[in-house]
Design a protein around this ligand. Structure first.
Ligand code: NAD
Length: 266
């Protein structure tokens, strides 16, 4: 396989913009924060884990700020967004990426597991979108990218609750995009497939346990389902998010863009 490109040419229109990335302390969010920083965007990394946010900000460089946030709570998102406005002198881009997953057979799912997935994945996106969206409408410009999932397009076994919460993210993205389009704000989503992150290693362990197979078998099955023939990397998602934030995507809104190596094609 060819090497993954992580240094796309600089998109002049992004330089000098300011972005808030939730769940930026690890995995896909961290790769998005890195890719935006490479484009000259000033980034604030929001995460539930303050140490992860701080470490990511230090390692990414470019003056990145670290902000502690729990996207499940309105007061926390409001406080974090105010801190971002202060730290960066404003905000032009929101990446609502924070998410969680747990694995369980639908028939064994508990109310707590359902609520946990919905509170981070669905309410977390709603709160961050609404709070940043109000600011963007006031300033007359802004761009939002939400991290949905392949599981927002097809119901995934052992992930019924996660799938349902990610379908909610896409429904919200489409409706919010329609409401904000007349105000000049674009709202899109990315739908990654099987991405090599901490979330995925936890899922691999759970799935191996629930299917009574080895973790290696689970990973081999992911790859076998992927036409492009390898596991997805966080950078594969990040480069598409940069595109969606740029003027290159100026006529795109309300989209759930698949970045799955061809696992899902419509
Ligand atoms: P990850 O677990 O590696 O990183 C998620 C980050 O979000 C962590 O730093 C975590 O501390 C933070 N976070 C969790 N709960 C939070 C909260 N309440 N408030 C603020 N931050 C919180 O996960 P990842 O794989 O990078 O996933 C990122 C996004 O991509 C998620 O929305 C996930 O559902 C989605 N996604 C992941 C995959 C995959 O295969 N890894 C596939 C499709 C979609």
């Amino acid at each position: 396989m060819p090497a993954v490109s992580v240094t796309p040419p600089v998109l002049a229109e992004l330089a000098g913009k300011r972005a808030f990335v939730t769940g930026g302390g690890a995995g896909i969010g961290r790769a998005i924060a890195t890719a935006l920083t490479r484009q000259g965007v000033a980034v604030a990394i929001g995460d539930l884990d303050p140490k992860a946010a701080r470490q990511a900000a230090e390692e990414i460089g470019g003056g990145a700020a670290a902000v502690t946030v729990d996207v499940r709570r309105r007061d926390s998102v409001e406080a974090a967004f105010s801190t971002v406005l202060e730290a960066l002198g404003g905000c032009d881009i929101l990446i609502a990426n924070a998410g969680v997953s747990t694995m369980q057979h639908a028939l064994d799912l508990t109310d707590e597991e359902w609520d946990f997935n919905f509170s981070v994945n669905a309410r977390g996106v709603f709160l961050a979108n609404q709070i940043a969206g109000r600011h963007f409408v006031k300033q007359g410009t802004g761009c939002i990218v939400n991290t949905a999932s392949l599981a927002a397009k097809v119901g995934a076994p052992l992930l019924a609750h996660y799938s349902a919460s990610k379908f909610a993210v896409l429904g919200w993205t489409q409706a919010f995009a329609r409401e904000l389009a007349p105000k000049g704000i674009r709202v899109n989503a990315v739908c990654p497939g099987f991405v090599k992150t901490g979330m995925q290693s936890r899922e691999v362990e759970w799935e191996a346990h629930l299917r009574q197979v080895t973790p290696e078998r689970v990973v081999a099955d992911y790859i076998a389902q992927t036409p492009l023939g390898r596991l997805e990397l966080p950078e594969d998602v990040a480069d598409v998010v940069v595109f969606l934030c740029s003027d290159q995507a100026r006529f795109m809104t309300g989209q759930g863009v698949n970045v799955t190596g061809g696992v899902y094609m419509t």
